[in-house]
Design a protein around this ligand. Structure first.
Ligand SMILES: Nc1ncnc2c1ncn2[C@@H]1O[C@H](COP(=O)(O)OP(=O)(O)O)[C@@H](O)[C@H]1O
Ligand SMILES: O=C(O)C1=C[C@@H](OP(=O)(O)O)[C@@H](O)[C@H](O)C1
Length: 162
């Protein structure tokens, strides 16, 4: 939720031969509506089921690609069969500061249904943090870090990992 997955993916594409896709974008495209609308009109379980379908499709069909995901995608049962998992690490306040200092901060907050209640969002972050660490193959701290340095670290660690 706002740690910089999409931004980092776009920077990685510029700095390498990789191309990128985003699971929320894929879901929005097949549903022809925004994630926020899907949550409002169908509820969260419906969205998680779309993530599951997307995860199964990625496992079968996508290789050598940067995949940015929604913040809850890591729970997919086949996540390790999709590829190398990179965790972008930041404190909760670091994430909020990022979003609040974006020029379009209001829109960024509005499109994220799980950020609408800050207390609940912090609870969710605290619940997930240990799981993010457990599930990831590579961790890169992104707090207060320049995008170029983040990209350099990721590409270095991915090369070491392969
Ligand atoms: N390394 C960075 N330095 C400064 N701002 C960043 C960095 N990474 C992301 N941002 C900003 O943080 C906000 C959230 O990033 P975004 O890529 O949309 O997150 P996510 O895809 O994880 O939800 C955006 O306004 C983006 O410009
Ligand atoms: O953390 C989550 O469970 C979610 C994060 C969102 O994506 P971002 O991480 O890009 O905000 C989006 O997939 C959906 O609102 C659920």
């Amino acid at each position: 939720m706002g740690v910089g997955k999409g931004t980092v993916a776009r920077a990685l594409v510029k700095a390498s031969d990789y191309f990128a896709i985003d699971t929320d974008d894929l879901i929005e495209s097949v549903e022809n509506r925004r994630v926020k609308k899907i949550f409002e009109e169908e509820g969260e379980p419906y969205f998680r089921n779309l993530e599951k379908k997307c995860a199964l499709w990625l496992e079968k069909n996508v290789d050598n690609t940067i995949i940015s995901t929604g913040g809850g995608f890591f729970k997919q049962e086949n996540i390790h069969r999709i590829g190398t998992i990179i965790y972008l690490e930041s404190s909760f306040d670091g994430i909020l500061n990022r979003i609040h200092s974006a020029p379009n901060a209001k829109a960024k907050l509005k499109k994220r249904p799980l950020l609408s209640n800050l207390e609940e969002a912090k609870k969710l972050y605290n619940q997930r943090v240990e799981d993010y660490k457990k599930v990831s193959d590579i961790t890169v701290n992104v707090e207060n870090k320049d995008l170029n340095l983040i990209v350099e670290e990721i590409l270095g660690k991915v090369n070491e990992n392969n």
